[in-house]
Design a protein around this ligand. Structure first.
Ligand code: PLP
Length: 378
């Protein structure tokens, strides 16, 4: 088995989450049924709702369970439209789950630029809010943390400005799930999306937190589940696993992971001073290391490291495989060379000291092997 360092794509399921999934599957029952098994399934769903709501300072009744972060973002876009949004403005580094949903909404879209450090520009937001006309009702979309670079966005400051101006606000907090604390109430957002599998829960389950529940029209119509806001029998096992994963995150976990990430980063920088570490000027997710090694193409790095026994990614999971230039690094002003040699290493709850050291050893070994060719290519 290789060492898994791709937690931003998906984090392995925690044993506590797997146990909760198995218990829910064994318990059976449809949460809408009135008999004993149905009531037990309902209790699992509502208990999980309480746990997840508490973890993000939201009210349990404001959470809508979905099939993941992508659906949660799509539901927010749909809801914003029904609330009268006339335009969507999303940051240049949003995940496709927001970018594609914004385009699919049919509303006019605009891109909110980021600076070289990868943070959405608040000066741009201020000017855009000032230039908004009386008849504009804008949905602003900003992720809490970027999936490729880990850069934490100024989502709270932006929230205060957007709320003051009376517009709508969606935070894609998918990459914060289980990694850093996220306070929905303090964010002043109408919507926030979360996803279980980024926190060691099962894939295919997420949540939309909403501050305007009564007015969220369903994107998926059906039997009136989730108070009519999302039709379809609830994914009881997935929802139970989601809550169990959140509960299993230990207090010191992010500090431990950050120390390992920094250890890798410092060794790589010391040995290979020509590399760029994306987003290292500001706050980043504790687990994420995104680097560029000019002259050493991303896909070659990924394959070499895979053969050496390490699972890492060339960029976001959705764009790797297709190998296209990362829109995130592009927005940060990356050169062609930098963008085509980017590697994302994302640690997580399974990562040990030995994994981190072995990865740094392997990367440096491969780097030394390709360095003469890489230097000639730049
Ligand atoms: N938003 C961000 C920032 C993500 O990183 C991802 C997944 O990588 C998503 C949304 C989509 O979440 P899901 O895989 O649960 O649909």
């Amino acid at each position: 088995m290789s060492v898994y360092l791709d937690h931003n794509a998906t984090s392995p399921v925690r044993p506590e989450a797997a146990d909760a999934v198995m218990a829910a599957l064994a318990g059976g029952g449809n949460p809408s049924s009135v008999h004993q098994q149905g009531r037990a399934a309902r209790a699992r769903v509502e208990q999980a709702r309480q746990t997840i709501a508490r973890s993000i300072c939201a009210r349990a009744e404001d959470l809508i369970f979905t099939s993941g972060g992508t659906e949660a973002n799509n539901l927010a876009l749909h809801a914003a439209k029904t609330l009268g949004a006339t335009r969507v403005i999303f940051s240049a580094i949003e995940h496709d789950a927001v970018r594609a949903a914004a385009v699919a909404s049919g509303l006019p879209t605009e891109v909110w630029p980021v600076d070289r450090s990868g943070q959405a520009r608040l000066d741009w937001l201020e000017a855009r809010l000032a230039s908004a006309t009386e008849c504009e009702s804008i949905l602003f979309a900003l992720m809490a943390a970027n999936n490729e670079t880990g850069v934490i966005q100024p989502f709270a400051e932006a929230g205060a400005m957007i709320a003051q101006a009376g517009h709508l606000y969606l935070i894609d907090a998918v990459q914060m799930t289980g990694k850093l604390a996220f306070d929905f109430a303090a964010s002043q957002a109408q919507f926030a999306a979360l996803s279980a599998h980024k926190a060691g829960g099962p894939q295919g389950v997420g949540v939309l937190a909403t501050a305007c529940d009564a007015q969220v029209g369903a994107l998926i119509s059906g039997g009136g589940q989730e108070k009519g806001r999302r039709g379809g029998t609830e994914n009881v096992a997935g929802i139970s696993g989601f809550a169990a994963a959140i509960t299993a995150v230990s207090a010191g976990e992010s500090d431990r992971i950050q120390a390992l990430r920094d250890r890798i980063e410092n060794r790589l920088k010391a040995h290979a001073p020509g590399i760029t570490i994306w987003g290292d000027q500001g706050e980043r997710l504790p687990n994420t290391l995104c680097l560029s090694a000019p002259g050493w193409p991303s896909e070659i790095q990924v394959i070499a490291l895979d053969l050496a026994g390490f699972a890492v990614s060339a960029g976001s999971a959705c764009s790797s495989g297709k190998v296209r230039k990362s829109h995130v690094l592009d927005a940060m002003g990356a050169s062609e060379d930098d963008a085509s040699s980017a590697l994302r290493v994302s640690l997580g709850w399974t990562t040990t000291d030995a994994d981190a050291d072995a990865f740094a050893d392997a990367w440096l070994r491969e780097y030394d092997r390709v360095r003469p060719k890489a230097a000639a290519a730049v």
